[in-house]
Write a protein that binds this ligand. Structure first.
Ligand code: 13P
Length: 287
């Protein structure tokens, strides 16, 4: 059964480790992540962006697939199904569809509007026993080939949002989605420290987990990060493994064109990436 991310993240914050949020795109992604979590006895959060939700034929399809896998694959570790960077309407749809966790990304609104909308969703999420992630300070990333710099959140604004009763808070600390550019200045631990000082027990979320050096990940966890989002890294691993398979001409040998064979190396590559991250984040055997 899907669970809210609340308990797993409060435990992670207290135990100084982080739970990974791995974004899903299809059946192979979902199965690879769930099986790895079970093998490593780790809690896990499946992230679904609005775009990926649409791609997978809607949130209800996603809920059906994930619930089916939990049962058929006998997954017993805690699993949360979480909307990633949701709009207000997206959050409403996921509540209705049977997700167990939502993120409302109001970081692009003026702070008063972000507060007002987050406040309404805090109540709705609580009524449904779901966890809610809020965001302050936008997270940069690549758009049309231009890599936007990650903004640093205002710690006082973080406190205002945390005080609304959200479950976890994503604060921009110079992190971005996708690959980091050569001249990236690194995470702002000063901002993270200030946010944690003001928000106390609140589990903090680090987006843009792909490509952040290990020592920075560990330092971020030591400063209160209890959830780390990884998406691009699984995509890169999947694409590289699939490329090798095709370049080696394996799809042309025997029944190598069968999708169950063609997609197998990518599936294994996702498993290996997720394992590496769970070990780095310290969530192994914390189910
Ligand atoms: P990456 O794609 O950089 O790993 O970021 C994932 C993320 O933060 C999803 O919200």
């Amino acid at each position: 059964m899907l669970v809210s991310a609340k308990d797993m993240l409060n435990k992670a914050k207290a135990g100084k480790y982080a739970v990974g949020q791995f974004n899903i795109n299809n059946l192979e992604w979902t199965k690879a992540i769930l099986l790895t979590a079970q093998e490593l006895n780790s809690p896990v959060i499946l992230g679904v962006s609005e775009g990926a939700g649409k791609y997978m034929a809607g949130y209800k399809t996603v809920v059906g697939m994930v619930n089916g896998m939990l049962e058929e694959l006998k997954i017993t570790v805690p699993v949360a199904l979480h909307l990633d960077h949701g709009s207000y309407d997206g959050c409403l749809k996921c509540i209705e569809a049977g997700f167990s966790s939502i993120m409302f990304d109001g970081s692009h609104y003026p702070i008063d509007e972000n507060v007002a909308k987050t406040k309404e969703l805090v109540k709705l999420a609580a009524d449904h026993g779901m966890s809610l992630e809020a965001e302050v300070g936008s997270i940069g990333g690549e758009e049309d080939g231009v890599i936007g710099k990650g903004e640093c959140a205002d710690p006082n604004e973080c406190k205002a949002i945390a005080d609304l009763g959200v479950t976890m808070l994503a604060a921009g600390i110079g992190n971005i989605h996708g690959k980091y550019p050569e001249n990236w200045e690194g995470l702002s631990f000063e901002t993270l420290d200030a946010v944690q000082q003001l928000t106390g027990e609140m589990p903090l979320v680090l987006h843009g987990g792909t490509g952040i050096p290990e020592d920075m990940i560990k330092k971020a966890i030591s400063l209160g990060v209890a959830k780390i989002n990884v998406n691009t890294e699984c995509q890169l691993a999947f694409a590289a493994a699939t490329r090798t398979y095709v370049e080696e001409g394996k799809d042309l040998q025997g029944k190598g064109f069968d999708p169950r064979k063609l997609l197998a190396p990518g599936f294994e590559a996702i498993k290996a990436t997720v394992k590496e991250k769970m070990e780095l984040f310290g969530s192994v055997n914390k189910a």
